[in-house]
Write a protein that binds this ligand. Sequence first.
Ligand SMILES: Cc1cc2nc3c(=O)[nH]c(=O)nc-3n(C[C@H](O)[C@H](O)[C@H](O)COP(=O)(O)OP(=O)(O)OC[C@H]3O[C@@H](n4cnc5c(N)ncnc54)[C@H](O)[C@@H]3O)c2cc1C
Ligand SMILES: NC(=O)c1ccc[n+]([C@@H]2O[C@H](COP(=O)([O-])OP(=O)(O)OC[C@H]3O[C@@H](n4cnc5c(N)ncnc54)[C@H](O)[C@@H]3O)[C@@H](O)[C@H]2O)c1
Length: 475
Amino acid sequence: MNQGFDYDLVIIGAGVGGHGAALHAVSCGLKTAIIEAYDMGGTCVNRGCIPSKALLAASGRVRELRDAHHLKSLGIQVGNVEFDRQAIANHADNLVSKIQGDLTNSLQRLKVDIIRGWGKLAGTQKVTVTTDSGDKTITAKDIILSPGSIPFVPPGIEVDGKTVFTSDQGVKLESLPDWIAIIGSGYIGLEFSDIYSALGSEITMIEALNQLMPGFDRDIAKLAERVLITSRDIETKVGIYAKKIIPGSPVVIELADFKTKEDVDVIEVDACLVATGRIPATQNLGLESVGVELDRRNFIPVNDSMAVLSAGEIVPHLWAIGDANGKMMLAHAASAQGIVAVDNICGKHREIDYRSIPAAAFTHPEISYVGMTETAAQDLGKESGFEVGTARTYFKGNSKALAEGEADGIAKVVYRQDTGEVLGVHIFGMHASDLIHEASAAIANRQSVQTLAHLVHAHPTLSEVLDEAYKRAVS
Ligand SMILES: Cc1cc2nc3c(=O)[nH]c(=O)nc-3n(C[C@H](O)[C@H](O)[C@H](O)COP(=O)(O)OP(=O)(O)OC[C@H]3O[C@@H](n4cnc5c(N)ncnc54)[C@H](O)[C@@H]3O)c2cc1C
Ligand SMILES: NC(=O)c1ccc[n+]([C@@H]2O[C@H](COP(=O)([O-])OP(=O)(O)OC[C@H]3O[C@@H](n4cnc5c(N)ncnc54)[C@H](O)[C@@H]3O)[C@@H](O)[C@H]2O)c1
């Protein structure tokens, strides 16, 4: 089908986005190549989702086994619980190797050509790859850009990778500092504070905005703060930003008021994790050769079919997926976008539905959500002329959560009063990352609380927290 081109499809970047796109392309019969400059699997497999979840799994067990009070309430006593930091780090590292190998094998098995080197657009339907053995140019009917993202380090912060580091080094768990500052209370800040606090580090969490977890629904963030932060050895500084960080022993952090920019304090800690967001890896991609300009935050502009835009117009045969377009910086969103792009390439018109894509922070307990926060729904309601309803249920009223002795948690449903359509669902509590998918399917199908309230959930299960919330919404 490749009409004189070397390939039907060339993908730049073999992260989860590129990988998802490649597998789908093969199933659609496209002759496909994928170009990767560094680690197969990209951020998620090597420096993101996978190693961080392995560390969270091991440190979560340590927390559980050291919680004598909780265990006693279940009638259990355990002796002193020991752990080996290096063995936990090895668990993460081994998992990375396994998943990286599986991902590479899956591409090879499907006869996707893997080209190692730096890929760069060289005009329409053309890519140059800089490899160890020189440059080569390949042509393709369609090209998907999936170059991902890298950590954002604010000006004034110096990273040495040892005492001041980002998640890139954090996932290696090379040391366990007695006292660590974590800059940022987003996903990475929260997940790493869960890891470090379980393994015995004291933490100071510094958040520039005027509340912790600014990206999460307020009700969820309030309870999550009480359980994940206040009840642990974590000091917080909110509305304060790290103006300057000097690595060393100790690490020196100059703090300033985020609004007034006035200096407020200097702290000295053993280590510092910088978790202040991520920026797209979109430099040196040759976009100028096809007349594409990045947006003001350096993301690649795309529409909901994942077509790249230039001055608002579609650039034929060029697509961009994953963190590099900044729409939703999550692994499953990247591969979902890859599948949408390939469907469009194969002539099946499809658009992505961001509202139904769930997200989760894998703390203990977990936080998850899908769709809009209450505030975002209220704003949309004002604009479009509808009222917003909310219903909340608590894990302390759920038999399964009580049986587990894990009753900290809340589920919140945000819906339209007029039609009952579910606009968002937010959960904080045990297994929240699994519970959210029922809500995600409901939002994908634009279902109403009235319909959902009739579904039957097995008893006793945690999923009854959602069942109860839908029933409350209609009562
Ligand atoms: C600590 C951490 C934990 C995370 N945990 C989760 C989680 O639990 N769940 C979740 O959904 N998301 C998580 N994420 C986010 C997730 O990792 C990203 O959303 C995801 O990796 C994005 O995939 P991508 O394919 O867009 O880019 P990437 O995974 O960044 O892959 C891009 C690839 O392209 C390569 N590349 C770039 N430019 C070129 C070029 N010009 N030529 C050749 N190759 C190139 C890069 O080397 C890289 O391998 C986490 C992120 C971090 C940092
Ligand atoms: N479980 C998951 O799905 C998961 C886990 C980790 C990372 N991720 C992805 O990686 C991305 C990056 O994560 P992140 O936690 O770095 O970013 P984030 O955007 O989630 O949070 C960054 C936080 O840092 C604060 N901040 C920024 N500059 C600051 C400064 N100078 N001083 C103090 N606070 C400052 C911001 O206000 C914000 O609250 C996430 O957006 C997410 O897409 C996902």
